[in-house]
Write a protein that binds this ligand. Structure first.
Ligand code: AMP
Length: 220
């Protein structure tokens, strides 16, 4: 595989953020998270952020036109030349079609879609206990991955917080949105023959081993 044009797909809470950090470190590709880009727009109170916030707080999807625009702009950056890891994008069939068309214009294509799988009750437990560093976005968990000091990031001493959309009611809605709108993408990428299904219920180290097996060596 000469390029690593990768998509990380899976329900909220399947471990995409954690695995993304490992993948980009080893494969030397940029991490493109539409959720992170949108949260930063919300924090900076840009026009886009103000519009996106109402959808995000309700656990609904931000309109396709907004996120497609974000990703098209991001793919113009030179650091994507060797590849990229999309995390949280695409989430609908029109987004996947727009990504394919945009890559096709650049003479490129998705090389692998990693699908992290986990059952719903585990996802609810993982999401409602999740805490994130405000400064470096490192993920922690009140049950499964406690920081050394309560409320403080082990990596950078930043403050840990719970995302507004990690409350139980919103989490259940996000999972339903995933089932209805995003899960069909697995079939879409199956048709292109690029899907690797990964068991996301395992310890993060074991899940990452399976991802490496699916991707092959970084320098290949
Ligand atoms: P995430 O961090 O990927 O779970 O994204 C958080 C929220 O941002 C989602 O619940 C959506 O409201 C919004 N969002 C992120 N990525 C997308 C996308 N590709 N399409 C639509 N909405 C998105």
């Amino acid at each position: 595989m000469s390029q690593f044009n990768l998509i990380l797909l899976g329900p909220p809470g399947a471990g995409k953020g954690t695995q993304a950090g490992r993948i980009v470190a080893e494969y030397g590709i940029p991490h493109i998270s539409t959720g992170d880009i949108l949260r930063s727009a919300v924090k900076n109170q840009t026009q886009m952020g103000l519009e996106a916030k109402k959808y995000m707080d309700a656990g609904e999807l931000v309109p396709d036109s907004v996120v497609i625009g974000i990703v098209k702009d991001r793919l113009q950056e030179p650091d994507t030349a060797k590849g990229f890891l999309m995390d949280g994008f695409p989430r609908t069939i029109p987004q996947a079609q727009a990504l394919d068309a945009g890559l096709d214009d650049l003479g490129r294509a998705v090389t692998k879609t990693l699908v992290l799988l986990a059952d719903e009750e585990l996802l609810v437990a993982r999401l409602t206990g999740r805490r994130i560093c405000r400064s470096c976005q490192a993920p922690f968990h009140v049950l499964f991955n406690l920081p050394k000091a309560e409320g403080v990031c082990d990596v950078c001493d930043g403050e840990l917080y719970q995302r507004d959309d990690d409350t139980e009611a919103t989490v259940r809605n996000r999972l339903e949105v995933y089932r209805n709108q995003t899960e069909p993408l697995i079939g879409y990428y199956d048709e292109a023959g690029v899907v690797a299904r990964i068991d996301g219920t395992q310890a993060p180290e074991k899940t990452y081993e399976d991802i490496r097996m699916a991707l092959g060596p970084a320098g290949a």
